[in-house]
Design a protein around this ligand. Structure first.
Ligand SMILES: *Cc1c(COP(=O)(O)O)cnc(C)c1O
Length: 430
């Protein structure tokens, strides 16, 4: 699509980044299953390798199918550029890589996807990076955790596993004051429900594995840059503001302006870390994005019905869905994700750990899987699975206490979901 009128979300989710194939007229985006691209001549090749001209060299860096998806997600998020990666976890590393170095740290919310807590508390230490986890509802604690070596603040818009809503405006005010970027994982909300850049986020990361693809077929990730951060305002981000030895001393921020982070992500990040999305995955995710708004509306509608039913059930202790009036996050929904609080929440089952395990075993429509954001309804007992590596205190801080199950509501008939939960709760409490 060319620059023109500002189209609505439903139009952009189908058209952004794509146009009929100029060679064949193919209306759907072809899967460019190729590793390399023929240079026009030696000068063309040299210009591409010098980053003087933008084009396709090798599919570890760029691929036309993946490029369509990058532009589509960046457009839906209101960013200037996107870099797709092999998974959501790869996207997180790709987002942090240009900012970090040994001895530097990030400040992250204690409420995150379980795998992210493990990545940030354990694995990044191998790079010499540190992470301080804090409760992002305690703004003074967030401020206090930031020091001279902090290079980013990280949170989820709709946070795992409870579906809590983060006050992105308040958090971005803090990261702005500190002169560091706010990175928001927008996987659970999707740009249909929340646009973190409008609330001050610098970078948005996605696990496209989830709602963006929507059908549980491929893993993928994406880093979207708002293009709004001044990487040269202080000396904290030399990878973006200082000469890059691998490109004859080119300075990314000076040369590419608002696209500095995106170019760095491709030219350095994908080139040297190789966490590339393959064109087949991009194809499946492009298919998914076409129906994103339709699915998210149904996810929200179903989640509201199921959460309301569960909350009234005597076999249930509490439900964390932010779309419920009883939720302390209810008012924040209007501000941060006005189209609804998503499809993710936790349920505390009377009977604790054992009842949770029985419930998971007894459900028929809900699948017991370590995934979310599928058209299918999914359930997981986080304490015995995704959050198993954490201590009970960490599990509670993350909202994954032993007595709760996390539910990802699908797009099935809500009455069928309620009936399934009803029969399984009976077995769990007997
Ligand atoms: C799944 C998920 C991730 C990790 O993504 P992968 O594609 O599984 O690597 C990160 N953040 C959130 C919120 C997720 O749901």
């Amino acid at each position: 699509m060319t620059d023109g009128p500002t189209y609505g979300f439903d139009t952009l989710q189908i058209h952004a980044g794509a146009r009929p194939d100029p060679a064949t007229g193919a209306r759907q985006t072809p899967i460019h299953q190729t590793t390399a691209y023929v240079f026009r001549d030696a000068d063309h090749a040299a210009a591409l390798f010098n980053l003087q001209e933008v084009g396709f060299i090798y599919s570890r860096l760029t691929n036309p199918t993946v490029a369509v998806l990058q532009e589509r997600i960046a457009t839906l998020e209101g960013g200037v550029g996107g870099v797709c990666c092999s998974s959501g976890h790869a996207a997180q590393i790709m987002a942090l890589f240009p900012l970090m170095g040994p001895g530097l740290n990030i400040v992250a919310s204690s409420r995150l996807y379980g795998g992210t807590i493990t990545q940030f508390s354990q694995t990044i230490k191998r790079f010499g990076w540190e992470c301080t986890f804090v409760d992002f509802d305690d703004l003074d604690a967030v401020k206090a955790a930031i020091d001279d070596n902090t290079r980013a603040v990280f949170c989820e818009a709709i946070a795992n596993p409870g579906g809590y809503i983060t006050d992105l405006d308040a958090i971005s005010a803090i990261s702005d004051d500190a002169g560091i970027p706010l990175i928001v994982d927008n996987t659970s909300a999707t740009p249909y429900l929340c646009r973190p850049i409008e609330h001050g986020a610098t970078l948005v990361v996605h696990s496209t594995t989830k709602y963006l693809t929507g059908n549980g077929t491929v893993t993928g990730g994406c880093v979207v840059d708002s293009g709004k951060f001044d990487w040269s305002a202080n000396d904290k981000f030399p990878s973006l503001s200082q000469p890059e030895p691998a490109y004859h001393g080119l300075k990314f921020h000076e040369t590419f302006g608002p696209l500095a982070f995106t170019f760095h992500g491709i030219a350095i990040g994908l080139r040297d870390l190789g966490m590339t999305m393959n064109p087949q995955a991009a194809h499946y995710t492009l298919m998914g994005t076409e129906t994103l708004s339709l699915r998210m509306e149904r996810h929200v509608e179903n989640a509201e019905k199921v959460a309301a039913w569960l909350e009234k059930d005597p076999r249930v202790d509490y439900v964390t869905y932010a779309g419920l009036k009883s939720s302390p996050y209810h008012d924040r929904v209007k501000k941060i994700c006005p189209k609804g609080a998503g499809g993710l929440f936790t349920v505390a089952v009377k009977g604790g750990y054992d009842a949770c395990v029985k419930l998971v075993n007894a459900l028929e429509i809900f699948s017991h899987v370590a995934n979310l954001g599928d058209t299918r309804s999914l359930i997981i007992h986080s304490a015995s699975t995704t959050h198993r590596q954490l201590t009970v205190d960490q599990q509670r801080a993350a909202g994954a206490a032993p007595e709760v199950v996390r539910i990802s509501i699908g797009t099935e008939d809500a009455n069928d979901l309620i009936a399934d939960l009803d029969q399984a709760l009976s077995k769990a409490s007997s």
